[in-house]
Design a protein around this ligand. Sequence first.
Ligand SMILES: [Zn+2]
Length: 417
Amino acid sequence: MQHIFKTTRLLVIILLTATIATAQNKTRKALFIIADGIPADAIEKLSTPNLKAIAQQGGYLRMHVGGDKGAYSQTPTISAVGYNSLLTGTWVNKHNVWGNDIKAPNYNYPTIFRLFKDQYPDKKIAVYSSWLDNRTKLVGDGLAQTNSIRVDYHADGFELDTINFKHDKESAYMHRIDEKVVEEASAGIKKNAPDLSWVYLEYTDDMGHRYGDSPQYYTAIEMMDAQVGKIWQAIQYRQKNFNEEWVIFITTDHGRSEKDGKDHGGQSTRQRSTWAVTNAKGLNIYSKYYYPGIVDIMPSIARFMNITIPVNYKREIDGIPLNGPVSVAELKVNLIQGAIDVSWKALSKDEKVKIWITPANNVKEGKPDDYKLVAEVPVGFEHVLIPVKDTPSEFYKVVVEGKYNTVNKWISPEVKK
Ligand SMILES: [Zn+2]
């Protein structure tokens, strides 16, 4: 009896060890989908069985776009502007994509693809998109400014093919393009399993512009859910047949107007209202009790994919990871008669946070900033007053560095209307 017990116990230990080893050895892969122009209220009231199945493994979050309303980081609720906020984890005052013409992206704020490739040059990235510019201009495939990043796999540009996707007045061709993109993405995932992928789907926004809140628009959203289901199936296939662990985020780039759902671009509550669905494990207290933004997805994927973000970029990212431990959130800064009033919410205990300040913004030009360490206090203090009389300026960047995340805010005379 004793002998059998010991053997059993040994077997249990071996099995446990094997399970842990397998979990650790799994290759991690990440994929995000942007489905264009769907406010939270719309996604919540429709039938989206695939999104719900994914959310069951992780969660559904209400989120926002548009930066801080009325402040220096206020960001137009426009498509490409939103995509680049996701890609760079920053608002428009940094990434500088103000509209869909994508005139002058500031590549000094690197995308998640760039950070990933710089650290893991042999890993593969993919863009499956109903809009060519996403790869060529935002990710910056092959551009000198992006360290000549190469997008290993891509399927896009179908909107330029007016023979196979003949443009029609009802924009049905756009749905067929999304279908093609999803077909290519699913096949690409099954065959090549890129390490980091972006899928972009446009049809929902087209129907929103055309019909506003309407049966046509709602049907487009339900079609998008089915498309997400196909991609999710491809991911299931990989996880079943290969030693891989995938994380997926599905989100949108902006909401729509309260009045009729046709327009966007402004700062009304519904235009700023977005959402995310993810299978990510360990969604944290920040994701649950605060109001996450589209900029939070980039640091969340970075954490899952073990991307080490260099300190100079870490101090610029406006997002906070939604997964895993977090130290600080809701940083506020205010210049009061030669002192900066810095306050935050503590999301961890028993650690000290460092406060860094600089009166200039060199990163914008691709040069290093000269930050000064001005305080180190227990995170639980949640505020500190920093005298800055010796470095008078109208502009400061303030960084609060915790053990698990770093947040930043500017003091800027510029106020958006
Ligand atoms: Zn859009």
